[in-house]
Design a protein around this ligand. Structure first.
Ligand code: COA
Length: 215
C-alpha cells in the first residue's frame, strides 16, 4: 500500500500491479489498519483510494487464497474482510473517493461500492464474476450494489456475472463521474478540494446519517 498525503488529502494506492491489485488477506489488513490511522488523524480531510498501474483498480479478492476453502473458512474470510475493511471504508468519518482506474471486479467492485463517491476512467470494466466461481460477493457487495443501482440491475449484474463499461456504470448510478485515465486523479482532486473546505463535523454526521438509512 502506498500512501501520499498533501493539503489534507490522503491518496492510498493498492500496490500489487502484477496481480492486478487483487485483495489478499495481507492487503485487506494493511488497508484496514491504514484507514484506522487516517480516520484518527485530524490533518486528513478526505481520502482517495486507487489501484496501481493502468490496468486495474482491483481485480477481486485474491482467488489463490480461497479457492480451496470450505464453508467455515469461507464464512470467516468474508466476516473478517467485512469487519476489517469493507464496513470500515463505508463508516469512515471522512469521505473516501474511489478512483477506479481499470478493472473493478468482485471484491474490487465491492471495495469501490463501499466508498462514498466513485470516479471511473473510461477504460474501466466493472462486474461481479463470483457466481462463475461458485460463490457470491461476500463482502457486503450484494447489499451495496442494490443500494447504488437498484434491485433489478443488481440482480442482473450479480446473476449474469457480466462486466459493464464505464458509460453504463455512469448511467446506472454506479459511477458519479467518468473521465479519461489521464484526468482521473485531477477529477478526484477537484472533488476533494471542494470537500476539504467544508465542516468536518457536518460531513462526519452526514456520512453517518446517510449510512444509517441503508443499514
Ligand atoms: N486473484 C488473484 N490473482 C489475480 C486476480 C485475482 N482476483 N486477478 C488477476 N490475477 C492475477 C493473474 O493470476 C495474473 O497473475 P500471473 O501473471 O502470476 O499469472 C495477473 O493477475 C494478471 O492477470 P491476467 O489474467 O494475466 O490478465 P488479463 O489481462 O489476461 O485478464 C482479468 C484480466 C481481470 C479479466 C483476469 O485477470 C480475471 O478474470 N481475473 C479474475 C477476476 C475475478 O474473478 N475476480 C473475482 C474474484 S472473487
Amino acid at each position: 500500500l502506498l500512501v501520499n498525503f498533501e493539503n489534507g488529502i490522503a491518496v492510498l494506492t493498492i500496490n500489487r500491479p502484477d496481480k492486478l491489485n487483487a485483495l489478499n488477506i495481507e492487503t485487506i489488513t494493511e488497508l484496514g489498519n491504514c484507514l484506522d490511522a487516517l480516520d484518527q488523524d485530524s490533518n486528513v480531510k478526505v481520502l482517495i483510494l486507487t489501484g496501481s498501474g493502468e490496468k486495474a483498480f482491483v481485480a477481486g479478492a485474491d482467488i489463490s487464497e480461497f479457492a480451496h476453502f470450505d464453508l467455515e473458512n469461507g464464512k470467516k474470510l468474508s466476516g473478517d474482510g467485512q469487519h476489517k475493511l469493507f464496513d470500515r471504508v463505508e463508516k469512515m468519518t471522512k469521505p473516501v473517493i474511489a478512483a477506479v482506474n481499470g478493472f473493478a471486479l468482485g471484491g474490487g467492485l465491492e471495495l469501490a461500492s463501499a466508498c462514498h463517491i466513485r470516479v471511473v476512467s473510461d477504460n474501466a470494466k466493472m462486474g461481479f464474476p463470483e457466481v462463475s466461481l461458485g460463490v457470491i460477493p461476500g463482502y457486503g457487495g450484494t447489499q451495496r450494489l442494490a443500494q447504488l443501482v437498484g434491485k433489478g440491475k443488481a440482480f442482473e449484474m450479480i446473476i449474469s456475472a457480466d462486466m459493464i463499461n464505464a458509460q453504463d456504470a455512469y448511467k446506472w448510478g454506479l459511477a458519479n463521474y467518468v473521465t479519461t485515465q489521464e484526468e482521473l486523479l485531477n477529477k478526484c482532486f477537484e472533488i476533494t478540494n471542494k470537500i476539504a473546505s467544508k465542516s468536518p463535523t457536518a460531513i462526519k454526521t452526514a456520512i453517518k446519517v446517510i449510512n444509517a438509512g441503508y443499514n
